[in-house]
Design a protein around this ligand. Structure first.
Ligand SMILES: [Zn+2]
Ligand SMILES: [Zn+2]
Length: 230
């Protein structure tokens, strides 16, 4: 397996994971805030013809704003939570709210949701609402439901322990922090999702913002979430 981290601006990532000649994208980034940034150029190290699956971690602009371009470049099938369709059809962010002071600062400075014009609504080829095995699609991985940050949040966990977690675990300001989502719609579900990721065998967490994070960092972040809401 080969993991390519594709950067979108200073603190946002998405991923191309190649395994046995097939490539999965986890998220597609977004070009809107970064003039001159194009998906095609950012993905120059990826053979588009091998991309067969695009997994969207949740319906936020910084994770799937570029999905139309990714679909057009690759023709890959899109897998996402069925409720992510709302964002893909309307540009309205899946709801979330600040969980603590760090979340409030993040919300005020970076993540205040403005509606986004989606140029062409894009259809989810494989809508999911429960754990989904990706072996039939040629990847030694599964998609698990990890609600909390948003209720449509999903993660991809490979059998070998690499986990792609969207905003469930992140470094919100690019300062070396590892924390569970500081924007969260449901804190109890967020805690359960953290445990679910560890139980699924997470060895390394690849985030939409910062990272990657070790299992130990994720365990510590989960303890901080549960004990002090930090
Ligand atoms: Zn998000
Ligand atoms: Zn994000």
């Amino acid at each position: 397996m080969e993991i390519k981290t594709i950067s979108v601006g200073p603190i946002t990532n998405f991923y191309a994971i190649e395994e046995n000649g097939k490539t999965m994208l986890v998220d597609t980034g977004c070009y809107l805030n970064f003039p001159g940034w194009t998906l095609k150029a950012a993905m120059s190290g990826v053979d588009f013809s091998t991309v067969s699956l695009i997994v969207l971690t949740h319906g936020h602009m910084d994770h799937c704003g570029g999905v139309n371009h990714a679909k057009a470049l690759t023709g890959a099938k899109i897998l996402a939570h069925a409720d992510t369709a709302n964002f893909l059809n309307t540009g309205k962010f899946t709801p979330y709210r600040p969980r603590n002071a760090v979340g409030q600062a993040f919300y005020d400075n970076i993540a205040n949701p403005a509606p986004l014009d989606i140029p062409q609504p894009v259809e989810i080829d494989i809508p999911v609402t429960e754990e989904t095995d990706l072996h039939p699609y040629g990847f030694s991985a599964k998609v698990i439901m990890t609600p909390g940050h948003t209720l449509d949040a999903v993660s991809v966990v490979f059998d070998s322990g690499e986990a792609f977690v969207g905003d469930t675990v992140l470094d919100p300001f690019g300062e070396g922090l590892c924390t569970f989502a500081v924007l969260s719609l449901d804190d109890e579900k967020l805690k359960e999702s953290g445990q679910k990721l560890l139980d699924a065998g997470l060895k390394c967490a690849y985030s939409g913002h910062g990272g990657p994070f070790t299992r130990e960092q994720v365990e510590t972040a989960l303890r901080n979430l549960i004990e002090t809401n930090s």
